[in-house]
Design a protein around this ligand. Structure first.
Ligand SMILES: Cc1ncc(COP(=O)(O)O)c(C=O)c1O
Length: 434
């Protein structure tokens, strides 16, 4: 039963069109009056953090220092050769339409990886029902909300704050309202599910969680994931767990837990209400492959597949074949972690005397407290040392006067060790002037 007003309100829409046409004719450009009113939800989309960053850096910069970007989370380690070789080796597949559902061989490789990585029973994962390949988690995280949100029922989507901006755009374009859960030092940079009241859980249709988190690297512990699964069962909402940083951790003996692992450990081995999102972009340094997967609740995935068939987002066959090779190899992922460990050790060593900096639990970001405003810190660092970092307030929304990203900057340690060390030295020199 729909609760509240229908989302599609014809008289209000007609009025909006009238006002829109009037504004365009009167104030913008009469010739553009014929432009139709687009999906009004598009107006709710915020500029992407990197657009804001460009506007911040309009001042001077030291031309003698080469620029170092620690702002973008794009892996820069070399893509393993066997992945590129596999794409080349299957290039004849360009002559074929790929299946939206992906090749069974790929789905099976993903099930095997999931079972091995998270200690799941192989019987609980059926390659026909529990996994779907996606073209990177970004498109999947967006598309998922379009498929699962019921617009007729005053939809509410819950997101961490700070957050990966796709969650917000996905929710808004699915016609949902958002509720943000602040992730601050006071909550160990994790969402506090106890802070959400029953009425909000009742309205919630979908919650995004990100573990290990972007930007903080915080990992949601097993018990807290199980608390959320119990809430999802009670209030009938879906958990979308973005785990795309799960393979970048520092202690080889203690990889981050995942949502499916938490579900299975509490007897929910049908993974009801649970869907996880994984990617080869960070794990395998292959962001251009656009390869990831979703896995979990078979009923939800059946509907998501129906949506995707129309959306038209099948992964090219040669990328599917290369993905099989990538999911079946752990040696390159261990080597990747070794490189990050080396960089974090060196950079933290350089920065810790001057800044409050801690090694994250996982991921490739340092989430650093700034002495003073995060925007001022980022602007000054760029102007004096030609190093770009991302102000934390650009990754968060201000709610009730609190922007939980404010007073932090995000540093992505994605470049080569030499470049990261050079950046750290310059950041230290800058911080010493403050
Ligand atoms: C938290 C988070 N989720 C998802 C993505 C998307 O990754 P991809 O689409 O390459 O799998 C990113 C990329 O930076 C991210 O930071």
């Amino acid at each position: 039963m729909p609760r509240g007003l229908p989302a599609d309100n014809p008289p209000r829409r007609a009025l909006r069109r009238l006002v829109h046409s009037y504004i365009i004719c009167r104030f913008v450009c009469p010739a553009e009056a014929v432009i139709p009113l687009m999906n009004p939800d598009l107006e709710k989309l915020q500029p992407y953090p990197f657009e804001k960053l460009r506007a911040l850096f309009s001042g001077t910069r030291p031309p003698e220092l080469p620029h170092i970007a620690l702002s973008i989370g794009e892996p820069k380690h070399a893509t393993p050769r066997f992945i590129a070789d596999s794409v080349r080796g299957h290039i004849d597949a360009l002559g074929k339409y790929p299946l939206t559902k992906g090749a069974l061989e790929l789905r099976q490789a993903i099930c095997d990886w999931l079972a091995q990585r998270f200690g799941l029973s192989p019987d609980s994962l059926d390659a026909e029902q529990h996994v779907l390949p996606v073209n990177g988690t970004r498109e999947a995280l967006f598309a998922f909300a379009q498929a699962v949100v019921d617009r007729t029922d005053r939809p509410l989507v819950i997101s961490p704050n700070p957050f990966y901006q796709i969650y917000e755009g996905a929710a808004l374009l699915a016609g949902a309202q958002l509720r943000f859960l602040p992730c601050t030092a006071a909550t160990d940079y994790l969402p506090d599910f106890d802070a959400v009241d029953t009425a909000t859980w009742d309205r919630c249709q979908l919650i995004y969680i990100c573990s290990p988190g972007n930007p903080s690297g915080a990992v949601i512990p097993l018990e807290r994931l199980q608390q959320l699964i119990t809430l999802a069962q009670k209030h009938d909402f879906i958990i979308a767990s973005d785990e795309c940083y799960s393979e970048l951790y520092f202690d080889e003996e203690r990889p981050p837990v995942g949502l499916l692992q938490a579900a299975a450990a509490m007897g929910n081995d049908a993974y009801r209400h649970c869907v996880v999102f994984h990617s080869l972009s960070k794990r395998s340094n292959a962001p251009g492959l656009r390869s990831g997967f979703v896995a979990g609740d078979a009923q939800i995935l059946a509907e998501f597949l129906r949506y995707r068939t129309y959306h038209g987002c099948a992964m090219p066959v040669q990328h599917q074949m290369a993905s099989i090779a990538a999911w079946q190899d752990e040696a390159h992922v261990r080597a990747n972690r070794d490189l990050y460990r080396e960089k974090f050790d060196a950079v933290i060593d350089i920065l810790s005397p001057v800044l409050e900096v801690q090694r994250p639990q996982a991921g490739f970001y340092l989430w650093v407290k700034t002495p003073g405003s995060d925007e001022d810190f980022a602007r000054g660092l760029f102007e004096q040392q030609h190093v770009t970092v991302l102000p934390g307030s650009y990754l968060s929304r201000e709610i009730d006067g609190l922007n939980p990203g404010r007073g932090h900057v995000r540093m992505a340690l994605v470049a080569t060790p030499d470049e990261c060390i050079e950046a750290a030295r310059r950041i230290r020199a800058y911080a010493e002037t403050l």
